[in-house]
Design a protein around this ligand. Structure first.
Ligand code: NAP
Length: 436
């Protein structure tokens, strides 16, 4: 059986599902040694630093990742950064194929005046802050005002809004980073607004996320009944309604009709609200929205505005890929043709390939499609490019699978006394020492 070597860059869902697709190719008479590289000492990508702490079920996929990593032909190189510790040019000749699974870590910009004022954050900073990503521990999140504004109508906006609008006691038994949990307990935020620039029928929220809202114990969820009614009328007047839109409209109806309990905390949806300007003297004080309307299916600016006083604005309007030395990034993605980086032995899977869309499971089919192409392209004779370990600088402390297992177990053990799934360590040096 021919035996090939593949390097996977990035230990998130796309990386693990790529490894799994390669392992599954054994049934086709091929075998692969897999080396996975990850710049952090911790693994699982967005499952660790993206998924909201109050959604622990989604994180159980990590068990699948660990099973994939337990294969004898799988090696982990954690705490090794491509472009810093190792260059892509050093990796490519040593492997039959290299798969970039590096995601898209940068938040898109609104491009409006005041966006860079203190108190205006991207979800690309706020989410990893509450999830304990070592690079985001020191993000300044002002929680002293009573109002927060979230811009965007996707699931990331929803996660940000819930994290701010839940009673912090609901997060006590989660893996919310300790610094963020303390900040949420001290937070004065009681009103969270979510602003979408189009109508409720256009929102990118998925219906399971909407359906959980009326069940929140400590938070009133508010949407104008008329806005839901109008969205329903517009959607059905336009002809056949897509299944997910119909499911969302039904979820909106349930939210609108759910009696408000007069709770101290609220989460309120504003649609047809396009961010125009963030005002403030040295920090965010107010967000100005243009009021849109929908005419003949088109979203039109009415020229009217309204504003919300706040000192915290979080924009959750999508992501793009960061630059990686030696890799061409275009339109926020690794430049590719269906996952192939043309003219190289490099491939890409996940958000780095297709942009920030889909749920974690989407990466499984994505990986399987790209691995099919990768297999088609393999030379009949596997390459013998030598082992990568000789080029990794001596000064780099590699976190291998055994080391990562120690970190994982130490974090889980640290959570037992307080009934949490884990207590995340957020300091790189401490993480490395946990792996020893
Ligand atoms: P998303 O689903 O693409 O939503 C982005 C939102 O930002 C849209 O409502 C979009 O509105 C809005 N937007 C874009 N540019 C804007 C601008 N300049 N001004 C105002 N609004 C703007 O992206 P996401 O929320 O980052 O989520 C990324 C992916 O992760 C999605 O596939 C999502 O489902 C997934 N995810 C899933 C879960 C889960 O399963 N629980 C949790 C988190 C994320 P328009 O539609 O008008 O462009």
């Amino acid at each position: 059986m021919p035996h090939y070597k593949v390097a996977i860059i990035g230990a998130g869902p796309a990386g693990y599902f790529t490894a799994q697709a390669l392992q599954n190719a054994r049934g086709e008479g091929l075998s692969f040694s897999i080396d996975m590289f990850e710049r952090l000492p911790t693994m699982w990508g967005l499952v660790r630093s993206g998924v909201a702490p109050d959604h622990p079920k989604i994180k159980t996929v990590a068990k699948v990742f660990e099973k994939i990593a337990s294969d004898p032909n799988f090696r982990l190189f954690g705490n090794v950064e491509i472009g810093k510790d190792l260059d892509i040019e050093e990796i490519c000749p040593r492997y039959d194929a290299v798969v970039m699974c590096t995601g898209s870590s940068l938040g898109n910009k609104l491009g409006i005046v005041g966006e860079d004022l203190p108190g205006s954050l991207s979800a690309a900073e706020f989410v990893p802050w509450y999830n304990g990503h070592p690079d985001y521990v020191n993000v300044a999140v002002p929680l002293d005002g009573d109002t927060a504004v979230i811009i965007g109508a996707g699931n990331v906006a929803m996660d940000c809004a819930r994290m701010l609008a839940l009673d912090p006691t609901e997060l006590d038994a989660t893996d919310t980073a300790e610094h963020a949990l303390a900040a949420f307990h001290a937070s004065n935020i009681r009103k969270v607004f979510i602003a979408g620039r189009r109508g409720p029928e256009h929102a990118a929220f998925t219906s399971p996320e909407l359906r959980e809202l009326p069940k929140l114990e400590h938070t009133d969820v508010i949407i104008d009944v008329a806005a839901v009614h109008d969205a329903h009328e517009r959607a059905f007047a336009a002809g056949e309604v897509e299944k997910h839109v119909a499911a969302n409209l039904e979820a909106w109806r349930l939210i609108a009709e759910h009696p408000r309990a007069g709770r101290e905390r609220s989460m309120e949806f504003h649609f047809l609200s396009a961010p125009k300007e963030i005002k403030g003297n040295g920090k965010v004080e107010e967000v100005v929205f243009g009021i849109n309307e929908i005419k003949e299916g088109k979203v039109i600016d009415t020229g009217k505005t309204y504003s919300i006083k706040t000192n915290l604005v979080i924009s959750a309007i999508g992501y793009h890929a960061d630059h990686i030395k030696g890799i061409s990034v275009r339109d926020g993605k690794v430049e590719n043709d269906q996952g192939r980086v043309l003219g190289t032995n490099i491939y890409t899977v996940g958000w780095a390939k297709r942009g920030p869309s889909g749920v974690i499971g989407t990466n499984k089919s994505d990986a399987s499609d790209v691995v099919k192409l990768l297999i088609e392209d393999l030379n009949p004779e596997p390459k013998n490019g030598g082992d990568i370990t000789v080029v990794i600088p001596q000064s780099t402390t590699i976190i291998d699978q055994a080391g990562w297992t120690k970190i994982n177990e130490a974090e889980i053990a640290a959570g037992v006394a307080s009934g949490k799934p884990r207590v995340k360590e957020v300091d790189i040096a401490k993480l490395i020492s946990l792996a020893e």
